[in-house]
Design a protein around this ligand. Structure first.
Ligand code: C5P
Length: 224
């Protein structure tokens, strides 16, 4: 299927968690099923986009009909994103680990009774901020995500400014919402025009709505 309002447009999507190795058998990661990022890739594909899908180790399989680039770590994800550019739009749905272990252990850390290992961390690159602030070749539309547990709109609005992206899809992931790992999402779309509260709906429907908004934006047919 190549017809549709995004026909021939290259769009980059990141999805899933990143895994940051502690040693060959252990890692640290953020919680992420990859469901929302996968649904977005599908929705963009179905509107005719050529999708590059850069994914960490997610629970859900990557969609067909998109270019899948599998990565493990945040640094690999950054390299893959840079290699996939240029793109007309980029959607950063991945739950990237903020930190990695500073000195990766080449062999398994042995368990010694009464001794606790200490880990030293190093900051991972912020892939969304890096792409948002590119001086040349920046995608025309850069969309970030914000998973918040309180003051969703205030935090996401500040995040939009800080990162330099165009839109933020913000959601409330406090445990009571059941959103994390579930099939539904309740999002607020933050743009330069303010905050747009979407009703709670399936992740597939969030993805479809977002894909249409992206198409309208790229085609200059924005109405809101
Ligand atoms: O700062 P925070 O992690 O809350 O920002 C979330 C947004 O930034 C998401 O769009 C996520 O994909 C992106 N991000 C990134 N690289 C990082 C951290 C977050 O691209 N190292």
């Amino acid at each position: 299927l190549t017809e549709g309002p995004l026909k021939g447009k290259h769009i980059l999507v990141t999805s899933g968690p990143t895994h940051e190795p502690i040693d060959p058998v252990r890692y640290i990661a953020n919680r992420s099923s990859g469901a929302q990022g996968t649904a977005i890739a599908v929705a963009l594909r179905d509107l005719g986009a050529e999708v590059s899908f850069v994914t960490g180790p997610a629970d859900v399989p990557p969609p067909s009909g998109v270019k899948v680039i599998r990565v493990e770590t945040a640094r690999e994800m950054k390299d893959a994103v840079e290699a996939a550019l240029p793109a007309e739009a980029a959607v950063f749905a991945a739950a990237v680990a903020d930190w990695r272990v500073a000195t990766e252990n080449g062999s398994k850390i042995k368990k010694v009774k009464g001794e606790l290992p200490t880990l030293e961390f190093a900051e991972n690159p912020d892939i969304l901020a890096g792409v948002s602030q590119m001086e040349a070749g920046r995608p025309r539309l850069v969309v970030g995500f914000a998973a918040e547990t309180d003051d969703v709109v205030a935090h996401a609005t500040a995040k939009r400014k800080r990162k330099g992206c165009d839109w933020i899809v913000a959601n409330d992931v406090s445990p009571a919402t059941g959103i994390m790992g579930g099939s539904e999402n309740a999002v607020v779309l933050i743009t330069e025009r303010g905050a747009d509260d979407w009703p709670r709906m399936g992740k597939d429907e969030v993805a479809r709505q977002l894909a249409y908004r992206i198409a309208d934006h790229l085609n200059g047919t924005d109405t809101s």
